[in-house]
Design a protein around this ligand. Structure first.
Ligand code: NI
Length: 173
């Protein structure tokens, strides 16, 4: 398959929720993540080559056309952290609300940089993808996450994945 963007400086990154809390089991939260990644694509030079949203973490193969991937992801995490916390706090349908908010609060207390709570674990665990073969390997790894987890039989069936041809998030090919 042909990709039109440069393949150098591509990274595999992983964004993980504190305590591996399974927030992303509801479309309400997942769609918000998709919206915000799309915002970063439009406004922060983020190029996404592959992604998957699992229940408690996100994998991406990505880079930025200009600037720092770490900075873009840092701002994404900072914004989504605040907003997802509010979404959970304000969601009367959320059966897990009490304990999740308490867990985010407890995680926040361990980090003096946070005002109140912490949603994401620190760091994005960037792995530099130094060759086309390694890029392919990490894209496959990303797409196979929901298959390994037993959610779907085939990677293309998972809704929140670039393996799905109907993925709401457009990716770079
Ligand atoms: Ni994973």
């Amino acid at each position: 398959m042909q990709r039109n963007a440069s393949t150098d400086e591509l990274y595999f990154v992983t964004l993980t929720i504190v305590d591996w809390i399974d927030v992303f089991t509801r479309r309400y939260y997942n769609d918000f993540i998709i919206e915000n990644l799309a915002w970063c694509q439009r406004n922060a030079n983020l190029n996404i080559y592959a992604y998957v949203i699992m229940t408690n973490h996100i994998h991406m193969v990505a880079n930025v056309s200009d600037g720092s991937l770490g900075d873009v992801l840092g701002r994404f995490k900072s914004y989504t952290s605040k907003e997802l916390y509010k979404m959970i706090a304000g969601n009367s349908q959320e059966s897990r609300r009490e304990w999740m908010l308490e867990a985010f609060g407890n995680a926040g207390k361990q980090n003096p940089l946070n005002e109140k709570h912490q949603f994401w674990q620190k760091g994005n665990y960037p792995v530099f993808l130094y060759s086309p073969a390694v890029i392919e390997q990490k894209i496959d790894y990303t797409h196979e996450n929901p298959v390994r987890a037993g959610f779907v039989g085939s990677a293309c069936e998972y809704w929140y994945s670039s393996a799905n041809p109907e993925s709401l998030l457009k990716i770079v090919w």
